[in-house]
Design a binder for this molecule. Structure first.
Ligand code: BES
Ligand code: ZN
Length: 394
């Protein structure tokens, strides 16, 4: 019964935003095999590569798929939504290190900015990260179709604007999406010499919980108030240091990640279509919960760029001085996958290995208290992201 009401509510809200009727999904083959019995018999595999397949589903079937994955397979994700078959197919065909967008720059990964980076890293402050996590997780939900989801993106915009108000070379804007109400947020620090080349640090601004996501409490403290608060700390440190990059630096808070990486996909595809030159992308999604005893920063090795990951490892050794390693999501688990699919080098330094994942995400219990109660772990990621920006935007 609850399910039927949820579906009706969803259909109504979807209709008012003219969401596409059908979507082409890229789905991990292991997930697809398990959900097959639940799908309409007419759903066919249209294309397969890299251990995943393209299928065409209706909006209602997409919601059902998400529900099945979360509630029955007891795991997260395993699919990305696309607007056309071609887009879905190319996401599978061109991922990884082999393919670069026209605008991709082959970056120089030397590390030689310690005079600038070291004092900035020393300014990273745990209490201010914690405070931002508390503010973000106090919105009832940041779900992409909810009123508080819209408001929380405006709050992030206002926070970032406030931190940069003394700078005429910095702008903070909402990036509006045509098919749903929550906006993404983009802060731009204009480059002084190579302004057409862009370094990006992003994380998703939305949250989700429960079967249909919309109305229930979704604090999303770890997933992903932590990433946004980490980015906010980097912005604070850069602005307080009066940092002026040679390349353009952009900080992004993506809308609608939890429902198929929608916001980042919209942005990454538009950068690709414009031929924007993106030097490197860092994704911060979950930096709060220290789940793995013997590793602090864990790089996701799949749907990311190997050379840039290796650069991040060296940045950690040089500036953060904590233990790091590699793990794999096994699917395009966050917005880095949107940039990888668009042909840009992307990395995702993560809070734990996949085996030690925070089990509270996507529930009303994804709170600061349930993830250790402080932001010490997140501070390591703020140091790394500061170093990444300064060493890559030079
Ligand atoms: N933060 C998660 C991704 C994540 C979860 C990474 C667990 C590593 C371990 C992200 O917000 C998320 O939930 N992603 C979706 C996938 C998306 C394509 C809908 C997921 O994993 O269900
Ligand atoms: Zn999530």
């Amino acid at each position: 019964m609850k399910k039927i009401i949820g579906l009706i509510a969803l259909t109504l809200s979807a209709a008012s935003f003219a969401a596409p009727k059908a979507q082409w999904l890229t789905v991990d083959n292991d997930v697809l095999a398990k959900i097959r019995p639940k799908l309409n018999k007419s759903v066919q595999t249209l294309f397969s590569a890299q251990g995943a397949s393209v299928v065409k589903l209706t909006q209602a079937e997409v919601e059902q798929l998400s529900e099945t994955i979360h509630n029955e397979l007891h795991r997260c994700g395993g699919f990305i939504a696309h607007e056309s078959f071609e887009e879905a197919q190319s996401a599978l065909s061109f991922q990884g290190d082999m393919y670069f967008a026209k605008g991709a720059i082959f970056a120089d990964y030397t590390i030689d900015q310690s005079v600038l980076v070291a004092p900035m890293v020393a300014q990273v402050n745990e209490p201010s990260i914690r405070e931002m996590i508390i503010k973000l997780s106090s919105f009832n939900t940041r779900y992409y179709k909810s009123e508080t989801g819209i408001k929380s993106s405006e709050f992030i915009r206002d926070t970032w604007t406030d931190l940069s108000k003394h700078r005429s070379d910095v702008k903070v804007e909402l990036y509006k999406h045509p098919s749903w109400p929550q906006a993404s947020i983009i802060m731009t620090i204009a480059g002084s010499e190579k302004s057409d080349e862009i370094v990006i640090v992003g994380g998703h601004a939305d949250s989700i919980a429960g079967m249909f996501g919309g109305s229930g409490k979704a604090p999303g403290a770890d997933d992903n108030a932590s990433g946004i608060a980490t980015i906010t700390e980097v912005i604070k440190v850069l602005m307080n240091s009066n940092y002026k990059p040679k390349r353009t630096v952009q900080f992004m808070g993506y809308a609608a990640e939890e429902v198929g990486l929608l916001g980042s996909k919209d942005i990454a595809n538009s950068y690709k279509a414009k031929g924007s030159k993106v030097v490197g992308v860092m994704q911060l999604d979950m930096t709060l919960n220290k789940g793995t005893a013997d590793q602090d920063i864990v790089m996701m090795a799949d749907f990311t760029n190997g050379a840039q990951n290796e650069f991040l490892g060296r940045l950690i050794d040089e500036y953060v001085k904590v233990k790091w390693g590699y793990s794999r999501c096994g699917y395009g688990c966050s917005d880095h996958a949107s940039w990888t699919a668009a042909g840009y080098p992307a990395s995702m330094p993560f809070e734990s290995t996949m085996e030690d994942i925070n089990k509270k995400i996507h529930t009303a219990n994804d709170t600061l208290q349930n993830a250790g109660g402080d932001a010490k772990h997140a501070a390591k990621f703020a140091k790394l992201a500061t170093a990444f920006v300064v060493e890559l935007a030079k």
